[in-house]
Design a protein around this ligand. Structure first.
Ligand SMILES: N[C@@H](CCC(=O)N[C@@H](CS)C(=O)NCC(=O)O)C(=O)O
Length: 189
Protein backbone atom coordinates (compact mmCIF):
# COMPACT_ATOMS: atom_id res chain seq x y z
CA UNK A 1 0.00 0.00 0.00
CA UNK A 2 1.14 3.51 -0.77
CA UNK A 3 -0.17 6.53 1.11
CA UNK A 4 0.24 9.96 -0.45
CA UNK A 5 0.74 11.77 2.76
CA UNK A 6 1.69 15.08 4.35
CA UNK A 7 3.02 15.23 7.91
CA UNK A 8 1.16 18.43 8.72
CA UNK A 9 -2.19 17.31 7.27
CA UNK A 10 -4.70 16.26 9.95
CA UNK A 11 -6.76 14.32 7.39
CA UNK A 12 -3.64 12.27 6.62
CA UNK A 13 -3.13 11.85 10.37
CA UNK A 14 -6.50 10.06 10.57
CA UNK A 15 -5.27 7.52 8.02
CA UNK A 16 -1.84 7.17 9.66
CA UNK A 17 -3.48 6.43 13.01
CA UNK A 18 -5.79 3.75 11.54
CA UNK A 19 -2.88 2.10 9.72
CA UNK A 20 -0.83 2.10 12.93
CA UNK A 21 -3.71 0.76 15.02
CA UNK A 22 -4.12 -2.12 12.60
CA UNK A 23 -0.37 -2.74 12.39
CA UNK A 24 -0.33 -2.31 8.61
CA UNK A 25 2.89 -1.64 6.73
CA UNK A 26 2.73 0.95 3.98
CA UNK A 27 4.93 3.20 1.90
CA UNK A 28 4.38 6.86 2.71
CA UNK A 29 4.98 9.35 -0.11
CA UNK A 30 5.34 12.81 1.40
CA UNK A 31 3.63 15.49 -0.70
CA UNK A 32 4.77 19.09 -0.43
CA UNK A 33 1.45 20.89 0.05
CA UNK A 34 2.99 24.29 -0.64
CA UNK A 35 4.18 23.07 -4.06
CA UNK A 36 1.88 20.23 -5.01
CA UNK A 37 3.25 18.01 -7.76
CA UNK A 38 1.18 17.80 -10.98
CA UNK A 39 1.04 13.98 -10.71
CA UNK A 40 -1.04 14.27 -7.54
CA UNK A 41 -4.04 15.16 -9.75
CA UNK A 42 -3.69 11.76 -11.45
CA UNK A 43 -4.05 10.15 -8.05
CA UNK A 44 -6.84 12.46 -6.90
CA UNK A 45 -8.52 14.95 -9.25
CA UNK A 46 -9.06 17.25 -6.23
CA UNK A 47 -5.28 17.41 -5.74
CA UNK A 48 -5.65 16.62 -2.04
CA UNK A 49 -4.02 14.20 0.35
CA UNK A 50 -4.48 11.62 1.75
CA UNK A 51 -4.76 9.13 -1.09
CA UNK A 52 -4.35 5.39 -0.61
CA UNK A 53 -3.05 3.35 -3.53
CA UNK A 54 -3.03 -0.41 -3.74
CA UNK A 55 -1.24 -2.83 -6.06
CA UNK A 56 -4.41 -3.83 -7.89
CA UNK A 57 -4.83 -0.21 -9.02
CA UNK A 58 -7.24 0.95 -6.33
CA UNK A 59 -6.89 4.68 -5.72
CA UNK A 60 -8.84 6.02 -2.78
CA UNK A 61 -8.97 9.65 -1.71
CA UNK A 62 -10.99 11.09 1.23
CA UNK A 63 -9.86 10.27 4.74
CA UNK A 64 -13.20 8.94 6.00
CA UNK A 65 -13.61 6.67 2.96
CA UNK A 66 -10.07 5.35 3.47
CA UNK A 67 -10.72 4.78 7.19
CA UNK A 68 -13.90 2.82 6.47
CA UNK A 69 -12.14 0.83 3.74
CA UNK A 70 -9.28 -0.15 6.05
CA UNK A 71 -11.75 -1.06 8.77
CA UNK A 72 -13.69 -3.38 6.44
CA UNK A 73 -10.66 -4.88 4.80
CA UNK A 74 -8.58 -5.46 7.95
CA UNK A 75 -10.95 -6.56 10.67
CA UNK A 76 -8.59 -6.63 13.63
CA UNK A 77 -8.55 -4.75 15.87
CA UNK A 78 -12.10 -3.55 15.23
CA UNK A 79 -12.39 0.23 15.35
CA UNK A 80 -16.17 0.40 15.09
CA UNK A 81 -18.38 -1.01 17.85
CA UNK A 82 -20.36 -4.19 17.14
CA UNK A 83 -23.63 -2.56 18.17
CA UNK A 84 -25.25 -1.00 15.05
CA UNK A 85 -26.75 1.96 16.92
CA UNK A 86 -23.44 2.79 18.62
CA UNK A 87 -21.68 2.43 15.27
CA UNK A 88 -24.20 4.73 13.56
CA UNK A 89 -23.69 7.39 16.23
CA UNK A 90 -19.92 7.07 15.74
CA UNK A 91 -20.39 7.58 12.00
CA UNK A 92 -22.45 10.66 12.76
CA UNK A 93 -19.44 12.15 14.53
CA UNK A 94 -17.38 11.67 11.37
CA UNK A 95 -20.17 12.91 9.14
CA UNK A 96 -20.72 16.06 11.20
CA UNK A 97 -17.03 16.78 11.70
CA UNK A 98 -17.10 20.10 9.83
CA UNK A 99 -20.00 21.40 11.93
CA UNK A 100 -18.79 19.97 15.19
CA UNK A 101 -15.16 21.10 14.95
CA UNK A 102 -13.61 21.51 11.50
CA UNK A 103 -15.12 24.79 10.32
CA UNK A 104 -14.42 26.60 13.57
CA UNK A 105 -10.92 25.15 13.83
CA UNK A 106 -10.05 26.47 10.36
CA UNK A 107 -11.74 29.82 11.03
CA UNK A 108 -9.61 30.19 14.18
CA UNK A 109 -6.51 29.21 12.22
CA UNK A 110 -7.25 31.90 9.63
CA UNK A 111 -7.78 34.41 12.44
CA UNK A 112 -11.47 34.76 11.52
CA UNK A 113 -14.32 34.87 13.99
CA UNK A 114 -14.67 31.36 15.35
CA UNK A 115 -16.84 29.43 17.78
CA UNK A 116 -14.00 27.03 18.62
CA UNK A 117 -14.53 27.57 22.35
CA UNK A 118 -18.18 26.59 21.97
CA UNK A 119 -17.29 23.54 19.86
CA UNK A 120 -14.77 22.39 22.48
CA UNK A 121 -17.38 22.85 25.21
CA UNK A 122 -19.78 20.66 23.20
CA UNK A 123 -17.10 18.02 22.72
CA UNK A 124 -16.43 18.18 26.44
CA UNK A 125 -20.12 17.58 27.21
CA UNK A 126 -20.19 14.62 24.81
CA UNK A 127 -17.09 13.11 26.40
CA UNK A 128 -18.51 13.60 29.84
CA UNK A 129 -21.50 11.50 28.82
CA UNK A 130 -19.46 8.68 27.23
CA UNK A 131 -15.78 7.75 27.45
CA UNK A 132 -15.08 7.94 23.71
CA UNK A 133 -16.67 9.63 20.71
CA UNK A 134 -17.00 6.15 19.21
CA UNK A 135 -19.01 5.07 22.27
CA UNK A 136 -17.92 2.79 25.06
CA UNK A 137 -14.62 2.01 23.33
CA UNK A 138 -12.06 3.96 21.35
CA UNK A 139 -12.41 3.86 17.57
CA UNK A 140 -12.80 5.66 14.27
CA UNK A 141 -14.88 8.56 15.58
CA UNK A 142 -12.13 9.41 18.07
CA UNK A 143 -9.48 9.07 15.37
CA UNK A 144 -11.56 11.46 13.27
CA UNK A 145 -11.12 14.26 15.83
CA UNK A 146 -7.77 13.62 17.56
CA UNK A 147 -5.55 15.28 14.89
CA UNK A 148 -7.39 18.62 15.20
CA UNK A 149 -7.39 18.59 18.99
CA UNK A 150 -3.63 17.98 18.95
CA UNK A 151 -3.14 20.81 16.44
CA UNK A 152 -5.51 23.16 18.30
CA UNK A 153 -3.24 22.75 21.31
CA UNK A 154 0.14 22.85 19.58
CA UNK A 155 -0.52 25.18 16.60
CA UNK A 156 -3.28 27.45 17.87
CA UNK A 157 -2.15 27.46 21.51
CA UNK A 158 -5.59 26.36 22.73
CA UNK A 159 -5.54 25.51 26.44
CA UNK A 160 -7.46 22.28 27.12
CA UNK A 161 -7.67 22.64 30.93
CA UNK A 162 -11.14 24.27 30.75
CA UNK A 163 -12.39 21.07 29.06
CA UNK A 164 -11.67 18.32 31.61
CA UNK A 165 -13.43 15.53 29.70
CA UNK A 166 -11.57 16.41 26.50
CA UNK A 167 -8.28 16.58 28.45
CA UNK A 168 -8.86 13.23 30.10
CA UNK A 169 -9.88 11.65 26.78
CA UNK A 170 -6.76 13.04 25.08
CA UNK A 171 -4.59 11.74 27.89
CA UNK A 172 -6.15 8.26 27.58
CA UNK A 173 -5.88 8.06 23.80
CA UNK A 174 -2.32 9.43 23.88
CA UNK A 175 -1.26 6.28 25.70
CA UNK A 176 -1.91 4.37 22.48
CA UNK A 177 1.30 4.11 20.41
CA UNK A 178 -0.61 5.07 17.23
CA UNK A 179 -1.71 8.36 18.81
CA UNK A 180 1.56 8.93 20.70
CA UNK A 181 3.39 8.84 17.34
CA UNK A 182 1.09 11.59 16.03
CA UNK A 183 1.57 13.62 19.18
CA UNK A 184 5.32 13.52 18.62
CA UNK A 185 4.93 14.40 14.95
CA UNK A 186 2.56 17.29 15.69
CA UNK A 187 4.91 18.70 18.33
CA UNK A 188 7.71 18.76 15.74
CA UNK A 189 5.67 20.61 13.08
N1 LIG B 1 -12.03 15.86 2.59
C1 LIG B 1 -10.63 15.54 2.45
C2 LIG B 1 -9.83 16.75 2.84
C3 LIG B 1 -8.34 16.55 2.62
C4 LIG B 1 -7.59 17.88 2.64
O1 LIG B 1 -8.19 18.96 2.71
N2 LIG B 1 -6.25 17.79 2.60
C5 LIG B 1 -5.47 19.00 2.52
C6 LIG B 1 -4.23 18.93 3.37
S1 LIG B 1 -4.62 18.99 5.08
C7 LIG B 1 -5.01 19.19 1.10
O2 LIG B 1 -4.59 18.26 0.43
N3 LIG B 1 -5.09 20.43 0.66
C8 LIG B 1 -4.71 20.80 -0.65
C9 LIG B 1 -5.81 21.62 -1.27
O3 LIG B 1 -6.77 21.96 -0.59
O4 LIG B 1 -5.70 21.91 -2.44
C10 LIG B 1 -10.32 14.32 3.30
O5 LIG B 1 -11.04 14.05 4.27
O6 LIG B 1 -9.36 13.59 2.97
Amino acid sequence: MIVYDAARCPYCARVRIVLAEKGLAYEPVEVDLSDRPAWLYEKNPCGKVPVLEEDGGLLLPESTVIMEYLEERFLEPALWPADPAERALGRLWLDRFDDRLGEDYYAARRGDESQLVQRLAELDAALEAQPYLTGREYGLADIGYIPWILRARSNLGVELDPYPAVSSWLERVSERPAVAAELELTAAL
